[in-house]
Design a protein around this ligand. Structure first.
Ligand code: HEM
Length: 538
């Protein structure tokens, strides 16, 4: 196998070796020491011809059996060169969609994927086809970093995932039932607002937004609120941002999994050690909760997880208990914490940045907040229903910004169909949320920032447009949507209530991305904040 990889092989041979099913076959044979003896009795020409025949038969069989979506010609092993070196993959996908249609096939390294680029195909796959598209693909690095896919996000569609998701939904509902979200946020605001007001020059508000969002998720998960100089906050945000940046353009190890056995890249090792640090922070918090657990006072998400395990212990339900190991619970916590933070901070960053470049829309938002909330108290969750223009502005920032442009990859549980094509079992499926949000067939003046597209004739928030799907949909749809929506609203409305936002002179109003992975990476930016509506913030 190693030998075959290093000979200057014609593309078809490499394709054969790169195909995951065939690759696994070879690897198994290798383990049993059979392949080397076979190869040693044949000359290289015979091996190549043999491989070519197998490849051609395999590909013809696939083509004959399935009506697969069309797509660009991809190099064996590498796939589409444009895709593997793309900075903004969602844009390349839109380009392909124009040529091949909204449903196309493309390869990146060993991953053959079907990409869905319009609302019809996405709704068909995620909603109408029930669970057909609800699995996750096996990605080596994700599997390693989640301690064997024991989290919610990358877990396969199994009873264990269903149990974790059920417990998580229940725990989030429990948390959101009271006023805790508001209390946590208002406490955080009392720390952040005066500090933001003191910044009397152009600055990047990211650090403060991070703290507000961190405190909400920290409150949800661990019942705690921290200050801006808290060591766990600083460490967590640093790790989370760096890890998001690094996962953006993937790992070579995922293209050549054999590398795990031979040599891993510096990037992978760095990521691995950062991941271990992250795990150790969450592990410590989890253990502290176990020591102080009281079933009559469920403080947060961690307590809900511990309670679920204690109930299974009481019922002596060994099957459930095996799905609630320390690793499972820790990984469920990490999933909620990390999925919630970066997406929310990126969304708020977009919203603030758009407002700085769009003074007229900003004034309308502020006029509405002044009218509904006034200046003597902070906005509450209840105000949300009367702040339609503010909410619509956030929706529009999420449309044009699209915090998770390609979401998280799906995989098919069975042979199925979408957009009139066959999609075989175990195919990776990408949802291009960015394409849906920038589809000129769905949005009038698609590039214009226009909150009124979300409002009805009475100026109230209207029915959600079908092509607006920042949280995705169906069985794997965002688990935190019920937390994210009020959280984003409260933070955005409060910032707008307290500050007038402008751009430093000479700054272009255009919003740039520095990169994009599961979550968009906005380029660093600066704004100027001027206090409004307050006498004594600073
Ligand atoms: C602006 C905020 C957010 C956006 C735009 C967002 C977006 C998304 C998207 C696009 C997915 C992938 C869905 C799919 O695979 O089809 C997802 C999954 C997920 N999100 Fe969010 N999210 C946000 C906030 C949150 C928050 C606050 C939490 C936690 C409280 C959270 C927890 C999760 C989890 C656990 C998953 C995985 C669900 C599963 O695989 O079953 N998200 N999110």
């Amino acid at each position: 196998m190693g030998y075959l990889m290093f000979i200057p092989a014609p593309p078809f041979v490499v394709a054969f070796v790169a195909d995951p099913s065939v690759y696994n076959l070879i690897q198994e044979s290798y383990k049993k020491r059979m392949l080397s003896s076979v190869i040693s009795t044949l000359n290289i020409q015979e091996v190549l011809i043999g491989l070519l025949v197998v490849l051609v038969v395999y590909k013809l069989r696939q083509r004959w059996k399935y009506n697969l979506p069309p797509g660009p010609i991809c190099w064996p092993l590498i796939g589409s060169y444009e895709v593997i070196q793309a900075k903004f993959l969602h844009e390349i996908f839109v380009k392909y969609a124009k040529k091949y249609g909204p449903v196309f096939t493309v390869s990146a390294g060993p991953y053959h994927m079907v990409v869905l680029n319009d609302v019809n195909s996405v709704t068909e796959a995620l909603v109408k086809s029930k669970a057909d598209f609800a699995d996750r693909p096996f990605i080596h690095t994700a599997h390693m970093f989640t301690e064997g896919s024991k989290d919610i996000i990358f877990a396969k569609y199994t009873p264990t995932w269903k149990l974790h998701r059920k417990i998580a939904v229940k725990a989030l509902r429990h948390y959101m039932a009271g006023n805790r979200l508001e209390e946590v946020l208002h406490a955080s605001m009392n720390i952040c607002l005066p500090l933001m007001a003191k910044e009397n020059r152009a600055f990047n508000p990211e650090n403060y937004i991070d703290l507000m969002v961190f405190n909400i998720l920290n409150g949800v998960c661990f019942g705690e609120s921290v200050e801006v100089d808290d060591p766990d906050f600083i460490k967590f945000m640093k790790l989370n941002k760096k890890m998001n940046e690094m996962t953006g353009n993937g790992f070579v190890e995922d293209m050549f999994p054999i590398m795990f056995k031979i040599w891993t890249t510096n990037k992978y090792r760095t990521m691995n050690s950062m991941n271990k640090e992250l795990i150790s922070i969450i592990k410590r918090k989890f253990e502290e909760h176990e020591e102080t657990f009281n079933k009559d006072n469920i403080r947060d998400f961690t307590d809900s997880l511990i309670l679920a395990r204690k109930e299974a212990e009481q019922e002596e339900n060994e099957e459930i208990l095996s799905q609630l190991s320390d690793t499972h619970l820790r990984q469920t916590l990490i999933g909620i914490f990390t999925a919630g933070i970066e997406t929310s901070t990126v969304t708020l960053g977009f919203a603030v940045r758009y407002m700085a470049g769009l003074p007229e829309i900003q004034s309308k938002v502020q006029e509405e907040i002044d009218r509904v909330v006034g200046k003597d108290r902070l906005p509450t969750v209840k105000d949300r229903e009367n702040l339609s223009y503010t909410e619509a502005t956030l929706h529009e920032a999420m449309r044009l910004g699209t915090p998770a442009p390609l979401g998280i990859p799906h995989s098919t549980l069975c042979d199925t169909r979408v957009g009139g094509y066959d999609v075989p079992k175990d195919t990776m499926v990408m949802i291009n949320h960015w394409a849906l949000h920038n589809d000129p067939n769905q949005w009038k003046d698609v590039n214009k920032f226009d909150p009124t597209r979300f409002l009805d004739e009475n100026g109230k928030l209207g029915k959600k447009p079908d092509s607006w799907l920042p949280f995705s949909a169906g069985r794997r749809g965002c688990l935190g949507e019920s937390v994210a929506k009020p959280e984003l609203h409260l933070i955005f409305a409060t910032i707008m209530q307290k500050f007038k936002i402008t751009l430093p002179e000479g700054t272009s109003p255009k919003i740039e991305l520095a990169g994009s992975g599961a979550v968009a990476l906005p380029a660093p930016y600066k704004v100027i904040l001027k206090e409004r509506n307050v006498d004594k913030l600073s």
